[in-house]
Every structure is written in C-alpha cells, then in structure tokens.
Design a protein. Structure first.
Length: 247
C-alpha cells in the first residue's frame, strides 16, 4: 500500500500477513503460477518468475512448495487460469484507492471488492477514474542503520539510476522508473546494502489529509480488501494518522 508513511503501512501489512501465512502463500503462489504460464518454468529466461520466486522466498515459502507450484503450472493437466483485474474507486474524504487483484473468478472478486467500498461509505468507479493520480514506480526500501551513511547511500542510488531518494521514519526510500528498479537494486546490493523491500508500486502524485473519523472508515475498507485472497495490492493517497498506519 502506498500513501503517507508508506513503510509504516507496509510493515503493518506484513505483520498482519505473517499472522495469516496461508494468505501470503496464496498470493505468492498465484504470482508464480501466472508467471510460469506466461513465460515458462525456467526463471533464468523468465524475469517475472524469477521475481515471483524471490518474493516467495522472502516471505519464507518453502522451496518444496515453490517447486510444486512451478511443476503444477507447467503441467498440461492444470486448467486454472488467473486474470489480473484492477479496480478503482473512492473512499470517504475524496481518497483514491486502487485495488490490484489476481482471480480465477471475476464474478466473485468484483462484487467482493465493491462491497468493501459500499459498506464503508466509498464507491467503486470505472477503470481510469483514479489511476491518473498515481505514477507506477519502482520503490526500494533500505532500513536505517548505524552502518548506513545517508549521503553515501543517496549518491550510490542516484549513480545507479534512481529518480528520487527520501529519508522517512527509520528507512530510506528510493524511487526508480519501473524498468530501472532491478538494475538499481542489484547495484546497491553489490555495494553491500541490504534491501528490505523492492516493489513496483502505484505512487500517488499528491496525498489527501483526513481526520481521525474518516481515517478509521478508510482503514475498514483497506482491511476488508487486504483480507480478500484475490487482492494482491492496495494503493491509496490518504495521509493516515501514524497510529492508524502502525496498528
């Protein structure tokens, strides 16, 4: 999720997913299956699969699970197909929300996403109604530590091709063009930096400040969406209070 204090939000989401490992494994599994069906079972020639495997391992998915998923997806007997569908809408306070899903049943997923909006004062809109407010970017997160010099990291990131660099909370956030993210990540890894997270995200061009009551309502929408197994990513442009972000 993106928005004010993105790392706090990301961290809150990760803790939540750690408590329900089955959901995160389902999400990672679908990404692997789709990657295999699109580009084949060899990660050396399939960048999408290589990235999906890396994410699965980062989320502690056992190697045996990954191997079985690849074998199943590449087998002639697997007829499961997942569609990547993006939904867009508004939450209270004029907050824009983008929901990226991966589903084998759009007739199930669409109504569920709509219900998350409708039950909490939001509204689902047409494709493109809010995506123009966001830019697709590569986002790298490096945790602040005593052995990480901010100025040196900033110069290293810029030299590697990063577009922007920001220090926030206890992390450094590096923004790249989507096509440059892997090159920047690998360059920084090569210099000894530990990457806490690397994702292609929808980054809001501007954010919207909301009061506490509105923030609580927005959080209900986000929580319901994140509990849906079909939902892969949720992005928003709300400036949620810190206590809401870190719950």
């Amino acid at each position: 999720m993106s928005g004010h204090s993105k790392w706090a939000t990301m961290h809150r989401k990760k803790e939540k997913n750690d408590a329900a490992r089955g959901k995160i494994f389902t999400m990672m599994g679908r990404q692997i299956v789709v990657a295999v069906k699109e580009g084949g079972p060899n990660p050396e020639g399939n960048n999408r699969l290589a990235e999906a495997i890396a994410k699965a391992k980062a989320n502690n998915m056992p190697n045996d699970n990954i191997k079985r998923l690849i074998e199943r997806a590449s087998g002639a007997g697997d007829s499961t197909n997942y569609d990547e569908v993006t939904y867009e809408g508004y939450a209270p306070g004029g907050v824009a929300i983008i929901v990226e899903t991966m589903t084998d049943n759009k007739n199930r997923t669409g109504p569920d996403v709509r219900l998350a909006f409708d039950r909490n004062g939001g509204s689902l809109g047409a494709t493109g109604c809010v995506s123009w407010m966001f830019d697709r970017k590569g986002v790298l997160i490096i945790e602040a530590a005593d052995n990480v010099d901010e100025d040196e990291l900033m110069m290293a990131a810029i030299d590697a091709g990063a577009e922007d660099f920001a220090a926030q909370d206890d992390v450094y956030e590096i923004t790249t063009a989507p096509s440059d993210m892997i090159a920047v990540r690998d360059a920084l890894k090569g210099q000894g930096y530990v990457i806490a997270s690397d994702e292609i995200e929808m980054v809001p061009q501007n954010t919207v400040a909301v009061d506490q009551d509105t923030a609580e309502t927005i959080q209900k929408i986000l929580d319901r969406l994140e509990d849906n197994d079909d939902v892969q990513n949720v992005y928003h442009n709300a400036e949620l209070p810190e206590e809401e972000e870190e719950e």
